[in-house]
Design a binder for this molecule. Structure first.
Ligand code: BES
Ligand code: ZN
Length: 459
């Protein structure tokens, strides 16, 4: 066992306590009533960075939630790695489906359950602990490091985008490392080669000036929910095709090797996902393999309806207005920017709107997708570290989720990105009973420490 591994083994309990302290803070970025908690979670992260021994640790104020920054730039002649994570989490509803309270970290079996246990406090904390282990046992880091943690990732990441665009010179680096992705199985390490972009929208339909009795007015009154249903039905058909003119016009073909992987699915990932979802068959475009559908095809999803009567029993009312939340995932090779997709979407919604209601479309957030090339030396170092800890070569595959800031690191800072995360497919991200595997957490600490050593050694 190396000195670092011994240090990690010896401090396992405290590492977990440090994570649990962070998890207890309900840092839900999208709900305004949690703003003070979100700030507390930022301060907690800053406290961690200080105690690890980073320099220049501070909160960076923004229009929204603060960023947390820290650096260690004393490895002369070595590359600089920008480390990104997020301390905000998604809302917890439906709360009644949680087996233990969402912000009370609880160990059951081999997992730690809590909102944020994986996404992304658990994954960010393991990187902090790798830095701690290196600094404590070796007196310093094998590479220079800038750590930038945001509190708005789950709400679109507007503030960090503004910061990166305004002050790229404060973030000069040779590569970025993001620990916010998954591995397909506990014994199958992965580096992520691409993520999709996203647009998140709200479509509102307004009818009469107030709610109406459906007996007195039914037959002549506009119904905003029915209008929304017509719009939704016009946007996507039962076979998963999105009916937005222009959407598919610029799609680029993926490399043959990737297409073969999607087609053959040698790891049977689609079957695993189907079982996890507990469904008899997969939805979506039947002519594309499932892996292509989740990683490299655009999607359009309805997330929720707002308004109308949704209580127990019956109420005969025609609602005056209704809203629906709709998002689209945008593969990086679609050939359209998120903003362009939004404009096509907006135009189509207006076109589908029946004339008796007034329809407005609002963009809540948007972010670009990203593709990374496997060639960079930083990717080789990550790959070698994974191989050492997991005993096998990592797979290089895409994921379908989005991390809006990643594309900006690519475009503005112009550095390669390493997406190396230790989440598992059944971690219940954004759902009740989110969890993180304890084994993955500690393997992650060891892998990240090793990754920095190998990157520093020029491997
Ligand atoms: N950690 C996820 C991103 C992710 C999910 C990567 C699944 C790979 C697989 C991240 O925190 C997330 O959920 N992002 C949001 C971003 C959005 C709200 C802008 C997402 O993808 O929905
Ligand atoms: Zn995340």
């Amino acid at each position: 066992m190396t000195q670092i591994e011994a240090y990690i083994a010896e401090h396992e309990q405290r590492f977990l306590e440090d994570l649990k302290g962070w998890l207890r803070i309900p840092s839900i970025s999208t709900l305004p009533e949690y703003a003070a908690d979100v700030r507390r979670a930022a301060e907690y992260a800053a406290g961690q960075l200080r105690s690890i021994g980073l320099d220049n640790v501070r909160l960076i104020e923004t229009k929204g939630h603060p960023l947390v920054y820290g650096e260690w730039l004393k490895a002369a002649g070595r590359p600089t790695l920008l480390i990104y994570g997020h301390y905000d989490v998604q809302p917890v509803d439906p709360i009644e489906l949680w087996q233990t309270p969402p912000f009370e970290p609880t160990i059951r079996g081999e997992n730690l359950y809590c909102r944020g246990a994986c996404d992304d406090k658990g994954q960010t904390m393991l990187v902090f602990k790798a830095l701690e282990a290196l600094i404590t046992t070796e007196g310093g880091l094998p590479v220079n490091v800038r750590v930038l943690i945001e509190g708005e990732e789950e709400a679109g990441g507007e503030s960090i985008e503004h910061y990166v665009r305004s002050y790229p010179e404060r973030l000069t680096c040779d590569a970025a490392f993001i620990c916010d992705t998954h591995m397909p199985a506990p014994d199958l390490p992965a580096l992520i080669s691409g993520l999709r972009g996203i647009i998140y929208t709200e479509v509102e339909a307004r009818g009469a000036v107030r709610d109406l009795h459906s007996g007195t007015y039914g037959g002549i009154a506009p119904n905003p929910f029915h209008a929304l249903a017509l719009i939704i039905a016009g946007l996507k058909d039962a076979r998963g095709h999105i009916h937005i003119p222009g959407l598919y016009d610029h799609q680029r073909e993926a490399p043959a090797q990737e297409q073969r992987f999607w087609q053959e699915d040698p790891l049977h990932l689609a079957e695993t996902l189907r079982e996890e979802m507990g469904v008899a068959q997969l939805s979506g475009e039947p002519e594309y393999p499932p892996l292509q559908r989740i990683w490299a095809r655009p999607t359009l999803e309805i997330h929720g309806f707002v308004g109308g009567f949704s209580g127990e029993g019956a109420k005969t009312v025609i609602p005056a207005n209704g809203k629906v939340k709709i998002s689209m995932r945008i593969p990086p090779d679609l050939g359209l920017k998120a903003e362009e997709v939004y404009r096509l979407f907006e135009r189509r919604v207006k076109e589908l709107a029946p004339p008796d209601v007034e329809v407005t479309v609002r963009k809540i957030h948007a972010g670009e997708g990203v593709l990374v090339s496997p060639e960079a030396s930083v990717i080789r170092a990550a790959s070698a570290a994974l191989k050492e800890t997991y005993g096998r070569e990592p797979v290089f595959i895409r994921e379908g989720g989005s991390i809006p800031i990643a594309a900006l690191f690519n475009d503005i800072l112009q550095v390669p990105i390493v997406f190396m995360g230790f989440g598992l497919p059944d971690d219940n991200l954004h759902s009740p009973n989110e969890k993180y595997s304890l084994k993955q957490f500690f393997r992650g600490v060891r892998t990240v420490a090793r990754f920095l050593q190998l990157y520093g050694a020029g491997a």
